[in-house]
Design a protein around this ligand. Structure first.
Ligand code: SAH
Ligand code: SF4
Ligand code: F3S
Length: 456
């Protein structure tokens, strides 16, 4: 067997794509290896979202070139492939800056990897064509042992690309226009995962709640209808989806959180900022109050739902008063967790052209304050779980002997003492303590509720 080392940066879709590329390459006689040293093929699956993510790629490529050279001196040929969003956005630039790269392949060309690799032996190649065909139809199914090795929770891409064009964001350019996979194709993949032991699926897409796939009945299905269908698959106990846009949270999807026991009470719904002026400049097409009302409706459907968001500080023109609006929104909603970033001007996006760029020191200060509030609410949410009994999906053995590790319905990491349960079981756990990154608990005794169940 030849060896491939795949390193993915960026979002969950890159994790998923990395697995699909591993599946393709397994049919070409490659097995995965955890380190680049010794690999015949090194594949960097890259992210273009912020400048820092891009710089990381070039640093990493320098290291991979050194490994390629050292292995070459020993007589081992090593190929370097750059995939993902940096490949799509600046393929030519990559080849210019790092001549050791053999192949640059954009996210819509992964299904052509075998032919491209064969060609790459003869010349250096860039393939960043946006779709002329549905790549998903050409991807091979993962082998059951590969699925099992990846664990009981899995991602399934149901939608890719974005038509929203937020003023700061490169994704519409790197992933192309919105595309939804047909329902039958998604279902075949979910069924295969479930047969190999997967219990928890996260349906992913850059704009997952804009899903509009062709149904088996010829009609267009939305995400809620797809979730109801996924919930019928034996073995699938938990369904999540990410990332959603507030504009596409329709009534059916909100109702699914009330009606579908498998729909987990966790929702990542990025708001980005709290100021209406900034939201408009960002081209988000919703106001702060529209977002608040949306959250009210979602909480009415599923009162215990945990919410998370992404935030950008220092978008061009953001004043202190605008930033205070963000802090106010964070404190009002009380997110269970959130990601926050300093604005990074991205080439080709409208916001990068704006005059009023914010000084770095101001951004640093705002980010610090925002993260302090986010952390406060995260800890409060976790502390509120203590004393309660929650259902935990066991995902792996824990850090210490005798420990098991899993996830609560609210996507919290939970460490459990003892028990002879198997990975993949869902067990009631009494939460005893909240650490900085995980909750700690013990298996509930039969009949014990350990206090009020959060879902009650
Ligand atoms: N809908 C997408 C969002 C991807 S980008 C998804 O599938 O996840 C993830 C987050 O990165 C965004 O929500 C935004 O908060 C942040 N982001 C995007 N462009 C950025 C930029 N130019 N500078 C700083 N943060 C950015
Ligand atoms: Fe980017 Fe906005 Fe599309 Fe999300 S919705 S991927 S932030 S353009
Ligand atoms: Fe990054 Fe591309 Fe995902 S830019 S966040 S890897 S869609």
């Amino acid at each position: 067997m030849k060896k491939v080392h795949i390193k993915s940066f960026g979002c969950q879709m890159n994790v998923y794509d990395g697995q699909r590329m591993a599946d393709i390459l397994s049919h070409q006689g490659y097995e995965e290896t955890a380190t680049p040293e010794g690999a015949d093929l090194i594949l960097l699956n890259t992210c273009h979202i912020r400048d820092r993510a891009v710089q990381k790629v070039y640093t990493e490529l320098g290291k991979m070139r050194d490994i390629k050279r050292a292995q070459g001196a020993e007589g081992q040929e090593t190929k370097i492939v750059v995939a993902g969003c940096v490949a799509q956005a600046e393929g030519g630039e990559i080849q210019r800056r790092q001549p050791a790269v053999d192949l640059v392949v954009g996210p819509q060309a992964y299904h052509r990897l075998p032919e491209l690799l064969a060609e790459a032996g003869k010349r250096r190649i860039v393939d960043t064509d946006l779709p002329v065909e549905d790549k998903f139809g050409f991807l091979p199914a993962p082998k059951p042992q590969a699925i099992r090795a990846r664990g009981v929770s899995a991602f399934v891409t149901v939608q890719e690309g974005c038509d929203k064009f937020c003023a700061f964001c490169v994704v519409p350019y790197t992933r192309g226009a919105e595309f939804s996979r047909p329902v039958a194709q998604v279902m075949a993949e979910v069924e295969r995962l479930a047969e190999a032991g997967v219990r928890d699926v996260t349906l992913i897409g850059q704009n997952v709640n804009a899903y509009h796939g062709e149904g088996p009945d010829g009609a267009v299905w939305g995400l809620a209808r797809l979730m109801h269908r996924v919930a019928e698959v034996p073995g699938i106990a938990r369904i999540r989806y990410t990332t959603s846009h507030p504009r596409d949270m329709d009534e059916d999807l909100i109702a699914a959180h009330r009606d579908l026991p498998q729909a987990m009470p966790f929702l990542h719904l990025p708001v980005q900022a709290g100021s209406d002026r900034i939201l408009a400049a960002m081209n988000r097409k919703h106001t702060g109050d529209e977002y608040r009302r949306l959250i009210e409706r979602i909480r009415a459907a599923r009162p215990d739902i945990a919410l998370s968001s992404d935030f950008i500080v220092g978008f061009p023109g953001e004043t202190d008063a605008d930033f205070e609006d963000t802090i106010r929104l964070v404190d009002e909603i009380g997110f269970a967790s959130s990601y926050s970033f300093k604005y990074s001007p991205r080439p080709g996006t409208p916001a990068a052209e704006l005059e009023a760029q914010i000084p770095r020191a101001v951004m640093d200060e705002r980010l610090y304050r925002l993260q302090e509030r986010i952390e406060h609410h995260r800890q409060a949410f976790n502390a509120a779980t203590v004393g309660r009994t929650v259902d935990v999906l066991l995902e792996r053995t824990g850090r210490h002997p005798g420990q098991l590790a899993g996830k609560s319905p609210y996507l919290q990491a939970v460490q459990i003492e003892g028990g002879t349960n198997r990975i993949g079981d869902i067990v009631p756990v009494v939460i005893e303590r909240a650490g900085s990154n995980s909750l700690f608990g013990r298996l509930a005794e039969p009949g014990e509720t350990g206090g009020e169940d959060m879902a009650a």
